[in-house]
Design a binder for this molecule. Structure first.
Ligand code: MSP
Length: 665
């Protein structure tokens, strides 16, 4: 989130409009909204683009089925997109439709320029075509099939059909070397970086020219000077990112210069190839700069399958908002769906997030502070002239939080930024409990006021840092602290150097987050988690409750400090995690150990934690155990856990966030 650049241009993919949006479509859009808002609180001018992809055979066929013209068909869904976005407070600046006249004309201008300079030429193409995905499938990409059988699309797993047609080609092959140079010089172009490696390998294996027109369909943008051809959807759709900011219209040249290149382009993993190869090549041919970053997210899954309209397992965002609340679902999606990997959608997890994180950890903190100041006639809070050591430590942690959030946001790791904010909430709760202000008020009013002021300063920072995720609730909370949210402030700068000296006028408000009752059958959980019956777990060190009185007798064998010193214990941050296929116990985590680098660790904790709930968490590890292989996977460390008979296995995380790789001893 660098402040060197004053503008921030963020895009979502444009959605195929064959039905109303589902939770998966909301996820891409929500990430862009969260990104846009984080850059707003860093004082940047933001342009946030979303829209709909309305041409192509898939849409023409769906329209035909219901007896509508494709345009009438797509028109009928636009309102449902706009109303879901508005319900979820998606503050986009422009909603582009590929059927907009301005877009059509700009794409035609683009085609003509590339035809004139020889980057587009006419030829003919024979190949396997996947109609639902609007893309050609080669043998190399196909799911393996018997000799002579139709190839199968690697994305949707449907059989493709043969087509032979005259078509226009984009000279993609001519850009292979420039693309590889670009990737090499811009190693952070794609997040997460594992996707970059896939793209580089794909390009290295050889690029063929790209067919960008069709004669077999008519629902598309006509090719300039050759009406028999319409533009193949990706050459039409990808260009929305530049046509929306004025490409092709000389009168809007300043606008294009102001906003392009995009700073962040968000998309699901299924369409990364189009954005990371074709799109940069189109831009190179057009003489335009490359987008700064592509953020590629995983899928929301239901019972291990991608949530999608065609599979019939899509969850309706409107219903979720009605059942749980908009900000609660925004929080759940931002925090619990790890961007770097697929995540399972679970009603149970929504309820757990609302109850234990939003209502208990956060809502209660605000409520307790407000109740105490109201009860003790201290609603007008001023900062003390001198802060005590423990409050100064909280202040320092608060500054560290702001810097960490800034970094995580600029890396596109929003789920980790939110987890980091929660570490700080836990720290403020610990500070509050440790000082017991409800007792202190009886004998030391000055100290009581200091604790309340420290809580209010912390809550202000938390409120602003969570505003991008839960804008409505955080605005309400900030009003209740007497410091209403100011859209024009560069909060990130202010908070990073702020010493606490604000005044607050606290009002008590209705409960910010209402606990959720179990409302839904968990439609996705196939193997129930039974913590109580957890007995023994492979490769898990169990920390027993100590019994101080009987220690001499019970302890079988003592070790000397020199034995203990042999252990290298560290705090690691879990950045990605997945189940190990074929094992019902093991999960495989990629753990960040700071200076020690990233390591892969296998742990037998699948029954206690699902992978998506581990991502973003910090835990305790032994890092100098001899590496070993488990079910064919290397494990380069051991996660330590506590075992409680009722609560089951529990991660051992530090109370406050610490630097990845911090030593423990
Ligand atoms: N029209 C193209 C994009 C063109 S962009 C120039 C398209 N549309 S889509 O409607 O099929 O998908 C749009 C986005 O929604 C993609 O980023 C896709 O990954 C995302 N999602 C659709 N289902 C999803 C989940 N179940 N989970 C998360 N996101 C998924 O592709």
């Amino acid at each position: 989130m660098s402040n060197d650049c004053k503008k921030f241009y963020v895009t979502t993919p444009i959605y195929y409009v064959t039905a109303a949006p589902h939770l998966g479509s909301l996820y891409s859009t929500l990430l862009a909204d969260v990104a846009a808002r984080y850059h707003k609180i860093a004082g940047q001018e933001v342009f946030f683009l979303t829209g709909t992809d309305e041409h192509g055979q898939k849409i023409a066929q769906a329209a035909e089925k219901v007896g509508l013209h494709p345009k009438e068909f797509t028109d009928s869904f636009i309102e449902s997109y706009k109303s879901v976005w508005s319900k979820y407070e998606i503050a986009y600046d422009y909603f582009i439709r590929t059927t907009d006249t301005a877009h059509i004309q700009a794409v035609q201008t683009w085609l003509q320029r590339l035809l004139d300079q020889g980057d587009i030429y006419k030829g003919s193409y024979q190949g396997w075509y996947c109609t639902p995905c609007e893309s050609f499938v080669t043998e190399k990409d196909s799911i393996p099939v018997e000799q002579g059988q139709a190839l199968v699309c690697p994305d949707c797993h449907r059989a493709t059909g043969q087509v032979l047609e005259s078509c226009y080609f984009f000279k993609l092959s001519a850009y292979q070397d420039r693309l590889l140079d670009f990737y090499e010089n811009n190693p952070h172009f794609i997040t997460p970086k594992e996707r970059m490696a896939e793209i580089v390998n794909f390009v290295k294996s050889g690029l063929k020219d790209l067919s960008i027109s069709r004669t077999t369909i008519s629902w598309g943008i006509p090719f300039p000077g050759d009406d028999a051809h319409v533009t193949y959807v990706w050459a039409d759709a990808l260009n929305n990112y530049i046509t929306a900011v004025g490409y092709g219209d000389d009168a809007r040249a300043d606008e294009l210069a102001k906003w392009w290149p995009a700073d962040l382009q968000i998309m699901g993993k299924d369409i990364v190839r189009f954005h990371a190869i074709y799109w940069p090549a189109f831009l190179m041919a057009s003489g335009l700069a490359m987008p700064k970053k592509l953020l590629v997210h995983g899928w929301i899954k239901v019972a291990d399958q991608k949530m999608s309209k065609s599979l019939g397992n899509a969850v309706d965002p409107m219903q979720l908002a009605a059942d749980y609340g908009v900000d609660e679902i925004r929080y759940y999606l931002t925090r619990k769906m790890a961007i770097t990997q697929d995540s399972e959608f679970k009603f149970e997890d929504i309820e757990q997030s609302i109850n234990s994180e939003l209502a208990n950890a956060f809502g209660n903190l605000l409520n307790r502070m407000a109740t105490l100041v109201v009860k003790n006639d201290a609603t007008n809070l001023n900062a003390p002239a001198v802060w005590s050591q423990s409050s100064l430590e909280l202040q320092n942690q608060c500054k560290a939080l702001v810097l960490d959030v800034e970094q995580l946001v600029s890396d596109g790791m929003f789920y980790r930024a939110v987890a980091r904010i929660w570490d700080y909430i836990n720290l403020v709760n610990a500070y509050f409990h440790e000082h017991e202000p409800w007792k202190i008020v009886k004998h030391d009013r000055a100290q009581f006021l200091e604790i309340m002021s420290a809580a209010a300063h912390s809550l202000q920072v938390i409120g602003v840092l969570l505003w991008p995720v839960m804008p409505d609730k955080m605005e309400i909370m900030l009003v209740s602290l007497g410091c209403p949210f100011d859209r024009h402030k560069n909060y990130m700068k202010e908070f990073a150097s702020m010493s606490w000296k604000n005044s607050f006028i606290i009002q008590q408000i209705a409960t910010l987050f209402t606990k959720s009752e179990i409302k839904k059958e968990d439609i996705v959980q196939t193997t129930p988690i039974d913590h109580k019956h957890e007995q023994k777990v492979e490769q898990v060190a169990v920390v027993q409750e100590s019994k101080p009185a009987a220690i001499e007798n019970d302890q079988k064998e003592f070790i000397g400090i020199e034995d203990f010193a042999k252990l290298d214990l560290r705090i690691g941050t879990i950045v990605a995690c997945e189940i190990v296929t074929g094992s019902d116990k093991l999960v495989k985590s990629q753990v960040d150990f700071g200076d020690l680098g990233m390591r892969q660790v296998l742990s037998g904790i699948r029954k206690a934690y699902s992978p998506e709930n581990l991502v973003g968490k910090q835990a305790l590890f032994v890092v100098n155990l001899k590496p070993r292989k488990m079910m064919g996977h290397d494990s380069q460390g051991m996660m330590l856990l506590a075992l409680d008979e009722i609560a089951g296995l529990q991660l051992m995380s530090p109370v406050g966030h610490v630097k990845s790789g911090s030593k423990v001893g």
